[in-house]
Design a protein around this ligand. Sequence first.
Ligand code: UDX
Ligand code: ADP
Length: 459
Amino acid sequence: MKIENICCIGAGYVGGPTMAVIAQKCPDIKVTVVDINSDRIAAWNDKNLKNLPVFEPGLDNIVGSCRDKNLFFTTEVDKAIDEAHMIFISVNTPTKTYGKGKGMAADLKYIELCARQIAKVATDDKIVVEKSTLPVRTASAIKSILDNTGSGVKFQILSNPEFLAEGTAIEDLLHPDRVLIGGDTSTKEGNNAMKALVEIYSNWVSQERILTTNVWSSELSKLTANAFLAQRVSSINAMSVICEKTGADVNEVAKAIGMDSRIGPKFLKSSVGFGGSCFQKDILNLVYIAKSYGLNEVADYWEQVIKMNDYQKNRFSDNIVSTLYNTVAGKKIAFFGWAFKKDTNDTRESPAIQVAKNLLNEQAYVEVFDPKVKSEQVFKDINNNNSEDLLKVKKNPYQVADKAHAIAILTEWDEFMDYDWQKIYDSMLKPAFVFDGRGILDTNKLENIGFVCYKIGMG
Ligand code: UDX
Ligand code: ADP
C-alpha cells in the first residue's frame, strides 16, 4: 500500500513535531494534524512562527517550510480521518485521576474515543498507528473496537513508540537512534502495514536503524526505555545525597563511572529531580501492570525510582528552608526556571512545581522567571487559589532576584550562566543564597562575588 495521505490525531508535543518532520522528509505525502482544541490548532496556524504552541529548537523553520504545502493543521477531525490511508494516534494518556488504578494506570479514555471516532468515520481500509505511550496490550483493545464496527472496513494496528526527548525533538526525529515498529507479524496484511510505515521512515532513516517487532514487544520497549532512563537519574541522585554527606563531588563520580563503556556517560546528571510527561507516568504504568499480574517484587523495584525522585525534590526545598535559618515565611525565593528541562516550554511534572508547593506551604514568596513558560501555565500548575498572593511570575530575571533571600535554579537554561551575577548579588538581601538544583553555575565565581552556594551533590 502506497501511503499518500496521513492524518495525525493530537497536535501536541509528540504529534506536532513528528508530523512536521514527516511532512518535510516526504513531500509527496499530505500530512494533516487534527485536534479538538481549536486554540491549539489556531496557534499551529499562526502566521508568526514564534507563536507555535510547542517551543522546540528548529521546529518553527520546518513548520514554516511545509505548512499549507503538504502539512495542515485543522479541527476537521472526521474529514481528515476519512481521507487518510494511515492514521497516527498522538493524544495524551495521562495517569488516571479517578477510579481503579487511580494515580497509577494510564487513562485510556482519549485513546478509546479516537478509536471510536475512526470506527465511525472510516469508509475504506486504514492503518492505525499508536504513537502515544500506552500500556502493553492497548493495541488489541483498539483493534477490538475497530473490528466491531460492522462496516466491513479492515484495520491494521501498528505500534510506533516515540523516543523523542523534548528540547531536542527535531534532532531526535531527524537522526533517531532507532525507529521501532510493532505489528501483526503473523499475517500478510500485518507485514504489509509494517512495510508501509518502514517505507515512510526510509526516506531519511537508514534500514538498520528501523526495527520491526511484534506489537507487544514494541509497546513494552517504550515503557522499558523510559524506566531505565529514569532509573539512571534516580540512581545518580541517590549518590548525590551520599556525596553531600561525605564530601565527594557527584559530577566527578558521574564522569568516572560514565567512562566505563558498559555504563556510558548519558543520563548521569544529578538534578533536583526528573520531570516531563513520560518518566513518572510510564513507570507508574509499569508498576500497575506488574501489580495486576501479582508481581509485587517487580512493582516495588520500579516504584522505588519514583520514590527516590520525590525524595530528591522534597530534599531540595527542605534544604532551602533549613539553610535560611529554618524559616522562609515572608521571605522571597527567586525561581530561575520552571520548565521540566531546558529548551522546552513544557512544565508537565516539572520538579519546580513540587519545590514551589513546598515553599509556598511554608509561606515563602515565590517569584518565577522562565524564558519560555507563560505565567498562566505557572499558576495553572500550582492550582491553589490561596497561593495567589505568594506566587508571582515576572518576565525579567533581575526583577525576580531583586530583594530575594535566595535564588533557586530549577531548569538548566543556558542563559542563566551568562547573567550579570554581580548585579544580581547587589540587588539581593544578604546573605545571598544560591541553590543550584541543576549544577550549571560556576560556584567558585559566585562565592568570590559573595554568594553562599549550595550545589546538588557537592559536599
Ligand atoms: C523522555 C525520553 O528521553 C524520551 O525518549 C521519551 O520519548 C519521552 O521521555 P523527555 O521527558 O522529553 O524524554 O526528556 P529527557 O531528556 O528524557 O529528560 C527527562 C527528565 O530527566 C528531565 O526533567 C531532565 O532534566 C531529567 N534528567 C535527564 C536529569 O535530571 N539528569 C539527566 O542526566 C538526564
Ligand atoms: P503529547 O505530549 O503526548 O503530545 P499533548 O497533551 O501535548 O500530549 O497533546 C495531545 C493532544 O491531543 C492535545 O492537544 C489534545 O487536545 C488532543 N486530543 C485528545 N483527544 C483528542 C481527540 N479525541 N481528537 C483530537 N484531538 C485530541
